[in-house]
Design a protein around this ligand. Sequence first.
Ligand code: SAH
Length: 240
Amino acid sequence: MAERFYVNCELRLGRVLLENAEAHHLAAVCRIRAGEEVCLFNGDGCQYPARIESAGRRQVELEVIGVERPQHELPFRLEAAAPLPRGDRAQFLLEKLTELGVSSFTPLRTARSVVHPRETKIDKLQRYVVEASKQCGRNVLLEVRPLTDWSDFCRSEHLPPCRVLGHPTGHRESFAELGGDALVRDLAFAVGPEGGFTDDEVALAVASGWRALDLGPRILRVETAALALAVRFGEAGDKR
Ligand code: SAH
């Protein structure tokens, strides 16, 4: 399979000129040469096989020779939210949520959360998404949203009506109890910080239509809980 490259410009059949950082990346870092074929994507849902016409350090000229729309997305929106775990675990979380087909990620500020990403950090998170998308074949980028207070997020009118938060309640609900067909419709899920959601935060969410879901008798770290939810809710959409 041709190597995949993300470009931040409109793509269509015909000539494309890449300059500066993107050209440098292709020509100098990846050592792509004239005559070779690559696959471009820009997050619009398509991928674009392209032939390198000329490769310089500052400019790479390509000929887009096809437009393909392989189906790699879930057939519904899966909106994830969690306080950002520390260091490398944040990168791990974003990579895996991307691979699992999640549509968006909102970093949360909760009563007990400790990592509050600044804008530069959010850009970095979006770069992890691009890297993971190159590797897993997604042509739609998971959208990283700005840091949001839990009290605003959980009451947001823009979320899908089906909302689930991970919380160790001591009672493991089955999917059927969550409402059978809940699995193939738009859904928002959230997990709390290492210190957990406070009782008030859970109560506020429940009052806004969230269901608390217990994930079993062990306490999971933030990223494990988020991925467990992404797997369980994404699964129904990935039937081939
Ligand atoms: N000490 C905290 C645990 C926090 S773990 C507490 O008792 O609540 C971080 C987050 O992961 C939790 O807020 C929850 O959203 C999720 N989580 C971890 N283990 C879970 C489990 N067994 N069931 C449901 N959610 C869980």
